[in-house]
Structures are given as C-alpha cells and as structure tokens.
Design a binder for this molecule. Structure first.
Ligand code: ATP
Ligand code: MG
Length: 257
C-alpha cells in the first residue's frame, strides 16, 4: 500500500461549505504527483486538510499514512510521522528566528520518533547540516538569524520552505504553489531541492496551476482537479495537454456550451 492514501476525502470549511468533494489518491515514496487545477478549485483546501489545519474539516472519507488512519490526528502528530506542507502563503513568525524554528521542528520530530523522550539534535551537527543545506539551496546566510518569513521577499519565503523540507526530511512533502512568484533561478533551486529529495525516502505531491515547475520536476502522475474532485489522471503528458488547452475541456459547463 502507498505511504499516503486518501480515500473518498471530503473537506468542508468551518461554515459547512463543502470544497473537496471526494478525492481518492495514493502517493508513495519515489513518486512525484502533480495536482493541477484552476483557481478556487480547492487545491489549497485539500493541502490544508492533509496537514490537519483545524479550519478545514474532513467530513467524509479517511486519510491513511503508512497504513494508519490519521484522519483525526492533529497537525503536529502528522508532521511527526513525516508529512510536510510547504504553504502557498507562508506566515511570518515574528520573534522566532529561522534557525530556532528549524531546530525546534527537528527536535519535535526526533522526540516523537524516540517515543516521547527528548532527543535533541547536537548543536554542532545541526549547524553543520543547516549551513550545508543553505548553501545547497542558495539561501542567504543572513536569513538564518532573521525572524521566520518576517519581511522576506516572496522568493525568500519559498526557498526557506524548501530549506525546512530539506532539514526535516519528511516522507511525503506537499508543495502548494511553491513555484508561484519565483524567478527562474529560484525556481531551479526549488525544483532541484525537490528532485534531490524525492527517492526511496520521500514522495511529493506538487500542487500548481502552471506547467512551469513541471519542466524541472518531472511528475510521474498528473491529476486534473476541478471543483473539488480529480476529474482526470495521467502521466506527464497530461500537464503538457493542460498547458496547451487549458482547463476548459475538463469543466463540464464549458464542454456543454
Ligand atoms: N478559510 C476560508 N474561508 C472562506 N472561504 C475559503 C477558505 N478557504 C478556502 N475558501 C474557499 O474555498 C474555495 C477553494 O479555495 P482554495 O484556496 O482551496 O482554492 P485553490 O484551488 O487553492 O485556488 P488557487 O489556485 O487560487 O490557489 C475558494 O472559493 C475559497 O474562497
Ligand atoms: Mg491555492
């Protein structure tokens, strides 16, 4: 069975409006899945629900991670098991530096893996790894001592999201529009970061509405997402078809018209 499995997942907003209307999807390590769909189709809602954001309620269906039902688990427990979400709009955390944020996140995961006893990473080991990853992802060293996302440019925020991913080494990474707002160099850095990490230890779910990032991160599976549902799945060629024809062929009202 795949590491991450969505079974008939329905997600509603706090006011009860259903946004995600029954999604079945399996994502395994060594795989890149792309979800592509128009604005407002519910892609970010799906991503938030996968991470356990309290404002997005799973009203039907279930979410399995490594064979366990994690539908009711909180965001922290999902993260500890190895789910990671890079946000479309990363939040600033004034007062918490990038370095201290990363160290606490790593230590939380280590603690969970050690069965609840503290097992903090040694500072020299942490620093060495952080500097190596920052160099690799071309994140300016100056950012490490600044407050997380506070006054960061759009591209800096996205690079720091990828830095988090590289440091946390999740088993499934969900990237929500990590490509938007990136210049071409940053896009390459982000894409190569994803490419290097996807393998026997990690799979990725890349959410985007442009084919652009998919020129650099080759998806094994592409899913077209319209009005809260996956309406078509295929290989990398499906992304090219979308780029050429847009989403209209997949929107029922437009096909009829
Ligand atoms: N917290 C919220 N409060 C109110 N409405 C919301 C909330 N979150 C999502 N929605 C609504 O749910 C719908 C789906 O939004 P979502 O952000 O999931 O779309 P998306 O596919 O990610 O779009 P985009 O491509 O623009 O990022 C939209 O109509 C949006 O306004
Ligand atoms: Mg979105």
């Amino acid at each position: 069975m795949a590491l991450l499995k969505l079974e008939n997942l329905h997600v509603a907003l706090e006011d009860g409006t259903e946004i995600v209307k029954g999604v079945d999807l399996e994502v395994d390590t060594n795989e890149v899945h792309a979800i592509m769909g128009p604005n407002g189709s519910g892609k970010s809602t799906l991503a938030y629900a996968l991470m356990g954001h309290p404002a997005y309620e799973i009203t039907e269906g279930r979410l399995l991670f490594d064979g366990d039902d994690v539908t009711e688990l909180g965001a922290d427990e999902r993260a500890q098991r190895g789910l990671f979400l890079a946000f479309q709009y990363p939040h600033a955390i004034p007062g918490v530096t990038v370095t201290s944020f990363l160290r606490s996140a790593i230590n939380a995961v280590r603690k969970a893996r050690a069965g609840g006893t503290d097992d903090p990473i040694a500072i020299p080991e942490f620093r060495k790894e952080l500097l190596a990853q920052m160099d690799r992802l071309k994140v300016s060293r100056e950012l490490a001592s600044r407050y997380l996302n506070d006054g960061f440019s759009g591209g800096e925020k996205k690079r720091v999201e990828i830095l988090q991913m590289a440091m946390l080494k999740p088993r499934i990474a969900v990237l929500d529009e990590t490509d938007s707002g990136l210049d071409i160099d940053a896009l390459r850095v982000v894409a190569s970061g994803v490419n290097e990490l996807v393998g026997p230890e990690m799979g990725a779910l890349v959410i985007t509405h442009y084919q652009r990032i998919l020129n650099y991160v080759k998806p094994d599976h592409v899913h077209v997402f319209v009005d809260g549902r996956i309406v078509e799945s295929g290989g990398a060629e499906l992304a090219e078809k979308l780029e050429a024809d847009g989403y209209d062929p997949f929107i029922p009202a437009k096909v009829e018209a």
